[in-house]
Ligand binder design. Structure first.
Ligand SMILES: Nc1ncnc2c1ncn2[C@@H]1O[C@H](COP(=O)(O)OP(=O)(O)O)[C@@H](O)[C@H]1O
Ligand SMILES: [Mg+2]
Length: 419
């Protein structure tokens, strides 16, 4: 602009001095080209301002678009993360929970042998496992209840009958023995009276077994070492076992076994009944394996009285006696615990050993069960006893087992009776 003003100065001077032509010439030659240049520069300047504005506008538009895209991406990722979370939640919690709910429904409808096959977090799998255990426990309970119904009816009947028979029977036996004392050895009636005496003796054994079966004898509960009780019961059978060439294998657990909450004498009676049966099932010798195992169901069976000495977690000690004897046919397995059920020759067994054991295990809040792969293939009897709540309660008093003499004489009587 200053250049243009400088060019304009001589033009104005010429015009002031009245030199119009020179002024015009000066104007055309110098001032106007300078003005043109300035105008062009102005034009250029305007143009560049416009393009800058355009550029800024485009830039703003671009930034806005970018912001829009990024928020879109953010929004989409949030949706995807939410969906992922929902799928995870569904897989790990909702689906297993639905399966569990379905399982409870099935249990409520009586389908107790269910397998949930739950995949999910370990807690859920554990819950399902406890549920399946519970189902199995319900099945066992159902079998027990059915058995119990039958047994209690039979037990009441048997107890009553035994009581009624016992008195006249004592009379018959006493009279027969009196006659035998009086009759001379050559008397022709002696043989008849001897048969009466033998018959009456046999009846008395049965009645004694029946009374054992139906009469609840004193249960003295304490924390008991099952291993010691097994030792005692085995000790009573030792001679018979050696005679029959029966090997005994004791499988000891690596960790010490917990005590059980039981009446020691009664538990020994159960073990003894099982051992006697095993002896009788292996007349030509064989192998008897005894294995105690701790079972932890992980829930508290409702039927156990928790205020007593029983372990609060529902732990049980399961002792299995497995023999390589004659085995048991499936149809017989169902009836083993029925009173008077026996497959033995008359005089060999009364069929009361296992039913008495069943009653004892019921009183001990445990159970007894039998299994066999079939005839000729051995049998296994498992006794489950509730563990004791606290080892400090242990009454490890050997005298509670009674004197050795008394136990031996009891054993002899039971062995003779075949119970
Ligand atoms: N270890 C065993 N192997 C095969 N059968 C067995 C065994 N234990 C018990 N039994 C069967 O169970 C029946 C009932 O046993 P139990 O109640 O002790 O009565 P008993 O021994 O007087 O027959 C037996 O007669 C026998 O058929
Ligand atoms: Mg028996």
């Amino acid at each position: 602009m200053q250049a243009f003003l400088a060019q304009l100065k001589p033009v104005l001077e010429h015009a002031d001095q009245g030199r119009r032509t020179e002024a015009i010439l000066e104007m055309e030659d110098r001032a106007l080209p300078t003005l043109d240049g300035a105008a062009k520069r102005m034009e250029l300047l305007t143009l560049s301002a416009k393009s800058q504005a355009d550029f800024a506008w485009a830039d703003a538009k671009r930034s806005a678009r970018r912001a829009l895209i990024s928020s879109g991406i953010l929004f989409l990722s949030l949706i995807l993360a939410g969906a992922g979370l929902s799928v995870g939640l569904y897989r790990s919690i909702i689906h297993p929970l639905a399966k569990l709910r379905e399982g409870t429904k099935r249990v409520a409808e009586g389908e107790w042998n269910l397998s949930m096959d739950l995949k999910g977090p370990p807690e859920m799998a554990e819950l399902a496992g406890s549920f399946e255990d519970m189902g199995r426990s319900l099945i066992r309970l159902q079998v027990q209840v059915t058995q119990l119904d039958r047994m209690s009816a039979l037990g009441t009947l048997a107890g009553g009958v035994a009581h009624e028979i016992n008195n006249p029977l004592t009379g018959v036996l006493g009279q027969a023995q009196f006659l035998l004392e009086k009759l001379s050895p050559e008397d022709p009636l002696r043989g008849n009276v001897e048969r009466i005496e033998r018959g009456a003796q046999k009846c008395r054994k049965i009645v004694r077994g029946l009374l054992d079966f139906s009469r609840p004898t004193d249960y003295v509960f304490a924390a008991v070492d099952a291993d010691t009780v097994i030792d005692h019961a085995l000790g009573l059978c030792e001679a018979e076992m050696t005679l029959k060439n029966i090997q005994v294998r004791r499988i000891k657990s690596a960790s010490p076994l917990p005590r059980v909450w039981a009446s020691e004498n009664h538990l020994e009676q159960v073990f003894l009944n099982i051992l006697l049966n095993a002896l009788q099932a292996m007349p030509a010798g064989g192998m008897l394996t005894i294995e105690p195992v701790v079972e932890r169901p992980g829930y508290r069976p409702q039927e156990l009285p928790w205020n007593e000495g029983i372990d609060r977690h529902g732990d049980h000690l399961a002792v299995t006696f497995e023999d390589s004897g004659m085995g048991i046919a499936p149809d017989i397995l169902q009836r083993l615990f029925d009173p008077f059920f026996t497959t033995k020759e008359p005089g060999q067994g009364t069929g009361l050993g296992l039913s008495i054991s069943y009653n004892i295990m019921k009183a001990l809040r445990g159970e007894i069960s039998a299994a066999s792969p079939g005839p000729g293939r051995g049998a296994a009897f498992t006794v489950r006893i509730p563990c004791a709540k606290d080892d400090k309660m242990l009454v490890n008093d050997a005298s509670s087992l009674g004197s050795v003499e008394k136990r031996l004489s009891d054993f002899e009587r039971r062995f003779e009776d075949g119970i």
